[in-house]
Design a protein around this ligand. Sequence first.
Ligand SMILES: NC(=O)c1ccc[n+]([C@@H]2O[C@H](COP(=O)([O-])OP(=O)(O)OC[C@H]3O[C@@H](n4cnc5c(N)ncnc54)[C@H](O)[C@@H]3O)[C@@H](O)[C@H]2O)c1
Length: 268
Amino acid sequence: MDLKLENRVILVTGGASGRGASICCRIVEERGIAVILDRNASLSESLARELSPDGDRCDWLAADLTDEAATREAFAELIRRHGRLDGLVNNAGLNDRTGLDGSVAAFRQSLEGNLVQVFLVTQLAIPYLKKSTGAAIVNIASKVAVTGQGGTSGYAAAKGGVASLTREWALDLAPHGIRVNCVFPAEVWTPLYEKYLAALPFPESRKQDIEACIPLGQRMTETAEIADTTLFLLSPRSSHTTGQWLFVDGGYTHLDRAFTPPPIPSAS
Ligand SMILES: NC(=O)c1ccc[n+]([C@@H]2O[C@H](COP(=O)([O-])OP(=O)(O)OC[C@H]3O[C@@H](n4cnc5c(N)ncnc54)[C@H](O)[C@@H]3O)[C@@H](O)[C@H]2O)c1
């Protein structure tokens, strides 16, 4: 299916690593123009070079999104270079494990890094998305927003905020033809997840325990599976879909955790 994203300029925050990198890769495969906005300049540069050796399909800008002035400057540079914006993926985030026993300053920092920056980047993008036909925003939340996780107050509050803003903005922006949807991943093997797991006791058996609870295939979601859903939501192929929360998690969030798939009966 042609996703009709050719030459569409799409900004991906946190695009240098994990699922953000996978999303950029899919945009380039669809002949769109992916623009990475990430605080990791060297990773952004090498990914952009790998995806688009000629530089025409993948561009990058470096900024820490918790630095408002740097983010505004990077966004202005994006517009100077490309002159337009057709899509935005609010993907950057960090599960910093700020729990109930953390300081108020750490909680604020978690909200800055996972929620406030989403507001800022979206606000910067809106004037340009309004000028595009069929523009779309995809927010990346987390199943933690609806299930909780324990020990991650800041991250959970922020991702809950991202989910709520999706519905708020879908209403605000519908009159301008801009769609806003939210993807909820659960367990995806990325550098962020690896770091999170390494900080827990018994990381290996914890991984196996989690996988055993995922009904579809007893495995973690692949970054490419998050990317494919995100691309569909960016594409005019989902032209009447807005304000939706889409869980890409092999059934982990909503199906019975003790579920074990029964053997498939043979056709004969
Ligand atoms: N990995 C999982 O299991 C999982 C599950 C649910 C939700 N998520 C969410 O998916 C998104 C991507 O996660 P990932 O697993 O691909 O992570 P990752 O660590 O592999 O990549 C995140 C990228 O975002 C960038 N980034 C983070 N904070 C930034 C900031 N303040 N300014 C600029 N860049 C910043 C990092 O440099 C990195 O390149 C995040 O929003 C995360 O919360 C991940």
